[in-house]
Design a protein around this ligand. Structure first.
Ligand SMILES: NC(=O)c1ccc[n+]([C@@H]2O[C@H](COP(=O)([O-])OP(=O)(O)OC[C@H]3O[C@@H](n4cnc5c(N)ncnc54)[C@H](OP(=O)(O)O)[C@@H]3O)[C@@H](O)[C@H]2O)c1
Length: 242
């Protein structure tokens, strides 16, 4: 398949690119840094003899930056899209100013959903296609940290739920993974309440399921934590410090 990966240069995105290349898929890679993309592209092309292309795009930009990505995806013959893109901020404790909040909303929800909206008709014409998003367990319930990030990820989850409905009677498979902790730059040096998975474990799992439609937690034990956290009455939950 010809697969667009948005947020391909690091962490889970890089692992998805490596696993996708190993499986023989052609890859259009998007991130903010041209040098990161160029070295990843040449490495994957050399090792796996696949077709690659790179596209620099900063999704936090308020301007219309996605048209270039959409155009490149059409030219590439894209029939699958993955969105391992995401950004969080240590300052996101409830007092972010509008510009900073918009940057988080753009990267984590607005721009990915806008790209999907523009490419959905293209995917619908393919014999088989897929769209994969990555939410976060941070969105299970609001906390005093990652306030805007978790709101954006909750919006993304709701959006993917709708995509699952929209995809009925199409050949587009839709997946949303609510990710637990992953060993990447987002968790580096942080004390974690639960064990983290490696990016390559997650990437192998995601690629193995890319033709299915559904919303899942990864690792799966987060489904149980979700049930427990949601069952705690707000009067008690709001006193928990995490
Ligand atoms: N790590 C965790 O524990 C964890 C937990 C829950 C959910 N998640 C979610 O899982 C996904 C993967 O996370 P990760 O830890 O692998 O992330 P990561 O290591 O921080 O990598 C994020 C990727 O997104 C790209 N990116 C960031 N900001 C961008 C922007 N403004 N425009 C375009 N590309 C941008 C980065 O490229 P550049 O470096 O070029 O910006 C990088 O390729 C994300 O959606 C994340 O929110 C992660």
């Amino acid at each position: 398949m010809n697969v667009l990966i948005v947020g391909a240069s690091a962490g889970l995105g890089r692992a998805l690119a490596e696993e996708g290349a190993r499986l023989g898929h052609n890859l259009l890679l998007v991130a903010t840094d041209a040098r990161d993309l160029a070295s990843l592209q040449s490495d994957l092309t050399l090792r796996y003899q696949i077709r690659t292309a790179g596209m620099v795009c900063d999704l936090s930009d308020e301007r219309n930056v996605i048209d270039g990505v959409v155009h490149a995806a059409e030219l590439f013959g894209t029939d699958g899209i993955m969105f391992p893109v995401g950004v969080a901020s240590d300052h996101d404790t409830g007092t972010l100013d509008e510009a900073a909040a918009l940057r988080l909303m753009n990267v984590n929800f607005v721009k990915p959903s806008s790209i999907i909206a523009k490419l959905w008709p293209v995917l619908a014409r393919r014999q088989s296609a897929f769209v994969t998003g990555f939410g976060s367990v941070a969105a299970i319930r609001g906390r005093s940290r990652n306030v805007v990030y978790s709101a954006a990820k909750r919006a993304l989850t709701s959006y993917f739920e709708s995509l699952c409905h929209m995809s009925t009677r199409t050949n587009i498979a839709v997946q949303l993974y609510q990710m637990g902790f992953i060993e990447t730059q987002q968790t580096f040096g942080k004390k974690l309440l639960f064990p983290a998975c490696t990016p390559s474990e997650a990437a192998r799992y995601v690629w193995a399921k890319h033709g299915e439609t559904g919303l899942w937690f990864f690792p799966a034990f987060w489904g149980l934590i979700d049930t427990i956290l949601r069952s705690i009455p707000l009067s008690i939950y709001r006193k928990l410090d995490f």
